[in-house]
Write a protein that binds this ligand. Structure first.
Ligand SMILES: Nc1ncnc2c1ncn2[C@@H]1O[C@H](COP(=O)(O)OP(=O)(O)OP(=O)(O)O)[C@@H](O)[C@H]1O
Ligand SMILES: [Mg+2]
Length: 248
């Protein structure tokens, strides 16, 4: 079943088309990757879906609701949560309070006491429970990224948008982040993820959408994307592909 449908989405910044006629869908339960070179418009698409930016044209449908142009808090409460490419934690606020705050502001069920999880369970799920009293600024980058995921999960989303949660992590941390994404999928949360770490994208995504200069240039399962000549030329490069082919 369709959970997200983006149709002919457009956003310009002055003379630059950051998103031009972008259309794709996400089905319930999938992990879908959004990839492409730097400046391709990936984060812009997330900003449009999450309400941080208003599109110039096109529509965004979440389940049976049009969410085009809605405010970020309305979109979050409708069931879409996100993380940020550059980590946006509150340095002096504790790990536990980040999750509590997100439950209060992002989750409409929390006020009626209808949360599926309490804050401690969410921290346990992302494996941060031993750090709940630490301030966000005292966490490693990998753990700050986990905290962003915890905060997004606190809103109890049906669709989670992950913007480069693996960037800057070492190979062990990348593997752990892949495991976490799979665990989130197993809990029934659909994931749309932007990532440059191709090993991760090719391994965990059910489908991949490729952007370049604001336009969708390819869409398909990982094997199709890894073999797509245009994608190799504009983004993946021949060397990376030969390394990846042994892994997918
Ligand atoms: N608020 C803004 N004002 C002006 N230009 C912007 C703004 N946001 C993004 N852009 C421009 O739009 C284009 C797409 O940016 P975007 O951040 O969406 O790329 P991206 O695909 O996420 O890249 P990266 O992989 O580097 O994160 C870039 O040229 C960027 O400089
Ligand atoms: Mg980006």
């Amino acid at each position: 079943m369709r959970i997200l449908e983006v149709d002919r989405l457009g956003k310009r910044f002055g003379g630059l088309a950051a998103a031009a006629d972008v259309g794709f869908h996400v089905d319930e339960g999938e992990i879908v990757g959004l990839i492409g070179p730097n400046g391709a418009g990936k984060t812009t698409v997330f900003n449009l879906i999450s309400g941080a930016l208003v599109p110039d044209s096109g529509t965004i449908q979440f389940r049976d609701k049009k969410i085009t142009g809605k405010k970020p808090h309305q979109i979050c409460r409708a069931g879409i949560a996100r993380t940020f490419q550059s980590v946006q934690v509150f340095p002096r606020i504790s790990v536990l309070d980040h999750v509590r705050l997100a439950q209060l502001f992002g989750n409409p069920k929390s006020r009626s006491g209808g949360n599926k999880w309490d804050a401690a369970q969410i921290l346990d799920f992302v494996e941060l429970s031993g750090m709940s009293a630490l301030r966000a600024m005292d966490l490693t980058l990998a753990n700050q990224k986990r905290l962003e995921v915890a905060r997004a999960l606190a809103a109890e989303p049906e669709l989670l948008l992950l913007d480069e949660v693996m960037a800057g992590l070492n190979p062990t941390e990348v593997s752990q982040a892949m495991e976490l994404a799979r665990k989130i999928q197993e809990r029934g949360v659909t994931i749309l993820m932007i990532e440059h770490v191709m090993k991760a994208i090719m391994n965990i995504c059910d489908r991949i959408i490729v952007l370049n200069y604001g336009q969708k240039i390819a869409e398909g399962v990982p094997r199709e994307i890894a073999a797509n000549q245009t994608v190799i030329e504009v983004y993946l490069g021949a060397t990376e592909i030969s390394n990846l082919k042994s892994q997918i």
